[in-house]
Design a protein around this ligand. Structure first.
Ligand code: ADP
Length: 456
């Protein structure tokens, strides 16, 4: 096991990783930017080190700053959290070259799964159904048009280095395709420094269902069930739950078993998530893999009792998995709410400022992962996540009932938040029935929910 881990991230995930280090008896150093000096993880850490100014490029995205911080504080491993450098194979390689362990997949594995277009083809060869789409990356506009005609409109233009729902565009006609390609290319270049694109058939009504896997260095792997992340706004997750209400038990088993068999065969290592779209008829199509811990991992922790971050650290340290699929028992139902500092009534505008009061909810099955405290100053430089409320119940109706109580108790003052918006989602009939698809929020134009949340 490692002796000391440098946590190269911020906000709630830095705190979450710190907790995992503590429970494993491993030392932890928190790396922070000047804007995060007063954050909770920094206050609680054994040691903390400033790695640069607020601007992420010069701190959380700066490999030299992070690696020198790890070396001077005597760390033997780096945990990148999610976002920032968490899936960067060049950073993983540099970490290793400096004699440190990268807590995530090894660089060659990250590289193998780096391109979304390439991963589609790789996992299809290992038995996963994929959304019909272009063969690999688009070479030019002519190739794009030929592929779109072959697949059939409407199609979705996707950046191969994509993430966070950015740079995607649905087009219905050849003309829209022609107009959309340069826009997507420049968005992708700006967001990911890589403008390669591919096409997928547009699935009109779909659910987003993803499978959590854990695979050790020796090829032993388990799945830890699936999460449903169909409550999205502009392709970004808002509420996640497990198990999915979309599939029955046999269909869930087929999805989970197919996913773990395919990634083990493709040589994956560490914790990871395989994302699928499920169509109206219950058919699943693989869309992408995330080679890191995800924001929504606590949903899985609540139904499985497995500490996903501790598992990730153990596996990166070379420990064998030590249990088999039969040992993974999933119980009850869990739902996660992303609590954001955003003004729902004004197009979800992100907020910054000082938190004057913070009172997390409690009671059976209620967990709040948050770095907030009264007096915390939310910096304007990063994402608007204030924390995550995760609620467990023996079944879905019980989890929903407890969630209403918990959201009613949660107090965040000083900033505009989306707490009331979450309460409105819980009252939505399609959500309660479990029959919603990924366009639930966008179709009703979040306006209906905004009106609902304004009343509550
Ligand atoms: P990113 O990596 O940017 O998050 P994903 O490929 O994971 O992008 O897709 C994000 C979301 O976009 C999905 O959850 C789904 O709502 C929507 N989406 C992706 N692919 C398709 C598709 N082929 N048809 C319809 N919707 C899609």
């Amino acid at each position: 096991m490692f002796e000391r881990i440098l946590i190269a991230n911020r906000g709630e995930i830095a705190l979450r990783i710190l907790r995992a280090c503590r429970s494993l008896g491993v030392g932890a150093v928190v790396a922070y930017s000047e804007a995060d000096r007063e954050t909770r993880a920094v206050r609680l850490a054994d040691e903390a080190i400033c790695i640069g100014p607020a601007e992420a490029k010069r701190s959380y995205l700066s490999a030299p700053a992070i690696l020198s911080a790890a070396i001077v504080t005597g760390c033997d491993a780096v945990h990148p959290g999610y976002g920032f450098l968490s899936e960067d194979d060049a950073f993983a390689e540099m970490t290793r070259a400096h004699g440190l362990a990268f807590i995530g997949p090894p660089p060659d594995v990250l590289e193998r799964f780096a391109s979304k277009a390439g991963t589609r083809q790789l996992l299809e060869r290992h038995g996963l159904p994929i959304v019909p789409g272009s063969e690999g990356m688009l070479r030019d506009d002519e190739h794009a048009l030929a592929e779109a005609e072959r697949i059939g409109f409407p199609v979705l233009i996707k950046p191969s280095a994509g993430g966070g729902g950015r740079g995607m565009r649905m087009v219905r006609t050849p003309r829209e395709l022609q107009q959309g390609l340069p826009i997507c290319r420049s968005e992708a270049r700006g967001a990911f420094g890589d403008d390669s694109l591919y096409l997928e058939k547009w699935l009109e009504e779909n659910r987003h269902v993803e499978v959590q896997v854990i695979v050790d260095r020796y090829g032993n792997g388990v799945h830890v069930g699936e999460r449903d992340c169909s409550v999205q706004r502009r392709h970004q997750k808002v509420v996640e739950e497990s198990p999915t209400p979309a599939l029955d038990e046999p269909a869930r088993r087929v999805l989970n078993e197919g996913a773990i068999a395919a990634v083990v065969a493709a040589g994956y290592e560490n914790v990871g998530t395989l994302e699928f779209l499920v169509d109206r008829d219950g058919r699943s199509y693989f869309i992408e893999i995330n080679c890191r811990i995800q924001v929504e991992h606590p949903v899985t922790e609540m139904v499985s009792g497995i500490d996903m971050v501790a598992e990730q650290i153990r596996i990166a340290a070379g420990e064998p998995l030590g249990y088999s699929q039969a040992d993974v028992q999933l119980r009850g139902h869990a739902i996660e709410f992303r609590i954001n500092a955003e003004d729902v009534a004004h197009d979800f505008r992100p907020q910054a400022g000082t938190v004057s009061a913070f009172v997390p909810p409690g009671g059976p099955g209620v967990r709040m992962d948050s770095h907030l405290y009264a007096g915390y100053e939310m910096p304007p430089y990063y994402d608007s996540l204030l924390g995550k409320l995760i609620v467990w119940g023996p079944d879905r109706p019980a989890a929903i009932a407890r969630s209403k109580v918990a959201l009613g108790e949660l107090v965040v003052e000083g900033l505009i938040t989306n707490i009331a918006f979450h309460r409105a989602i819980l009252d939505n009939p399609a959500f309660v029935e479990g029959s919603f698809t990924t366009n639930l929020l966008d179709r009703v134009g979040s306006a209906a929910f905004v009106a609902g949340s304004a009343r509550s």
